[in-house]
Design a protein around this ligand. Structure first.
Ligand code: DLL
Length: 443
């Protein structure tokens, strides 16, 4: 590994690979790509068959651009090869399985060798370091432990960093708050929606989060907006960082924000990112929005070559003020499959969140109900008022409803009914929030 270049950030760097020159990084990526593609071809009959049908052979990879000769894979390919059909090693070398539940049918199963777990620990340690955490920190890990990758991913990463990890898992909110106080946790890992619940519950219990040692939130696993970050930072006094990942690729640890909070650095020495137009499947240049496609350059048990994530983002064109040279993606606010078409207008749930949180007396507790009306998709939004605003009652509520509908109208360009409801009437989440209630007839 090269010597670490002087970082511009006050945060402690832990990997020289965050600071490679473009040519050093490309050279490393090409070497790893050639190796992993050969390994996948030799070990996974699925890849061999798919690639032969596409007239692709691993020897054709002589530059990074040659990756475009390889066909994409998707979640359905994992499902069709359930449970172990995409594994590239024998069980003797596999030390861990994870699975994501999926909304339909069978889960998708992913595997790790000992080396893969080491890579995962490393990228999670780099994630924590880029969020300003180090060995002296106490990291309370409220991501769920189990088949979900959030818990164990953050756990191993904390240990790799040398921090003290509290493996509390999700839920039992009063106990989470007690630990934040009694153990003096300085970092908290959980979904952003769960943190809004922790903020609310702490207030109810009479705890002022601003007075606790907690200073960093490591939030991911679901989309959240800049407005949500402002809400969380204002009400807790911490800095909230966005981290991204998915089980199929490794779990959390694919990309992370840094001190600059202006994009997520992809750990490009392990995950090769491309952006494609989801319709034409053409690769787009840096700066253009499209679907993120990822290739695992280091994962041995279960290599994913050109995996279509469905997540919509862009690769940023410019280098970051923190000094890291690995490229950044912009915040993932939508998936290509969560777009709704309402009266001819494309609507993403995250746009609704942004609009709601612009209204001062509105909370981040909301749900979007999608239903069919006269054969077309329609939606309504339920959102809670703050307890103080709700205490003001009727007249005030009507005004608040109009104000919220206006904010949604300004953002979406269409009128949508918003029901401003009483505090504590919308279900709270301890993991990924269910924001969308789909009442459409699927038959
Ligand atoms: O959610 C891994 C993870 C755990 C990431 C903890 C970050 C923190 P899956 O359950 O497989 O894995 O879900 C992956 O969640 O394709 C995105 O659609 C979404 N997602 C994950 N992180 C973010 C984020 C984990 N920061 C799917 N912003 C991904 C927006 C996210 N969406």
């Amino acid at each position: 590994m090269n010597a670490i270049r002087t970082p511009k950030t006050g945060f402690t760097p832990i990997s020289a690979n965050d600071y490679l020159s473009v040519s050093e990084l490309k050279e490393l990526q090409l070497k790893k790509l050639q190796y992993i593609v050969k390994h996948a071809y030799a070990s996974v009959p699925f890849y061999q068959k798919r690639w032969e049908q596409a007239d692709f052979h691993p020897d054709q990879i002589t530059s990074l651009e040659d990756i475009q000769k390889i066909p994409f894979i998707m979640k359905t390919d994992l499902r069709d090869n359930y449970p172990f059909g995409l594994f590239a090693t024998s069980m003797k070398d596999i030390v861990r399985l994870h699975a994501s539940s999926g909304t339909t049918g069978k889960p998708t199963v992913v595997a790790y060798t000992k080396g893969d777990v080491q890579v995962w620990s490393e990228v999670m340690a780099r994630t924590f370091a880029s969020c300003g955490l180090g060995p002296a920190d106490i990291i309370q890990n409220a991501y769920g432990y189990g088949l979900f990758t959030g818990g164990l991913g953050a756990h191993y990463g904390s240990e790799e960093l040398g921090a003290t990890v509290i493996p509390v898992s999700g839920g039992n909110t009063d106990r989470q708050i007690m630990f934040l106080k009694d153990f003096g946790s300085t970092g908290l890992c959980c979904t952003p929606s769960y943190f809004t619940f922790i903020i609310e519950r702490a207030k109810e219990l009479g705890f002022d989060l601003q007075e606790l040692p907690l200073r960093v939130g490591i939030f991911g696993a679901e989309p959240w907006t800049e407005e949500m970050r402002q809400h969380m930072e204002k009400h807790s006094g911490i800095r909230a960082y966005d981290i991204y990942g998915l089980s199929e690729i490794i779990g959390p640890g694919v990309a992370s924000e840094c001190e600059a909070q202006s994009g997520l650095h992809v750990f490009e020495d392990h995950f090769y990112p491309e952006i494609i137009d989801p319709e034409t499947e053409k690769v787009l240049p840096d700066g253009e929005r499209g679907e993120l496609v990822l290739t695992t350059l280091s994962k041995y048990a279960n290599p994913m070559i050109r995996y279509r994530t469905r997540d919509i983002t862009s690769i940023k064109k410019y280098t970051c003020s923190c000094g890291r040279t690995i490229r950044q993606i912009t915040r993932i606010t939508s998936r290509s499959d969560d777009m709704l078409i309402i009266r001819g207008v494309n609507v993403f749930p995250s746009q609704i969140e942004s609009a709601l949180l612009k209204v001062p007396d509105i909370t981040p507790h909301y749900q979007i109900v999608v239903f069919e009306k006269e054969g077309l998709d329609n939606l309504e939004v339920n959102v809670e008022a703050t307890p103080a605003a709700f205490a003001n009652k009727l007249d005030g509520m009507k005004t608040l409803q109009e104000e919220t509908m206006h904010s949604v109208y300004t953002t979406l360009g269409i009128r949508v009914k918003v029901n401003v409801v009483a505090p504590n009437t919308i279900a709270r989440s301890e993991g990924k929030a269910q924001r969308l209630i789909d009442q459409r007839n699927k038959s």
